[in-house]
Design a protein around this ligand. Structure first.
Ligand SMILES: [Zn+2]
Length: 73
């Protein structure tokens, strides 16, 4: 797989990433397996990973301004 921004090589990494939920909430998901570009640092999530993250974001309690959760496949 190649970076869609610069065409550079992607490498597998484990990162903590913040996601915006609604207008006010930020959810930080720890230890997400991602693909990151060597050259430009652009991050891509594979479809199953993204789907799992979206599922997890739905379980976060409403109204939380900042929540940190652990990625679990
Ligand atoms: Zn790139």
């Amino acid at each position: 797989m190649r970076c869609r921004v610069c065409g550079g090589e992607l490498e597998k990494r484990i990162l903590d990433l913040p996601f915006k939920v609604g207008d006010r909430s930020t959810i930080v998901v720890n230890d997400i397996p991602v693909l990151q570009c060597h050259q430009c640092g652009d991050i891509e999530l594979e479809d199953p990973v993204m789907a799992r993250v979206e599922e997890m974001l739905k379980t976060v309690r409403e109204g939380a301004r900042l929540e940190v959760i652990q990625f679990a496949a």
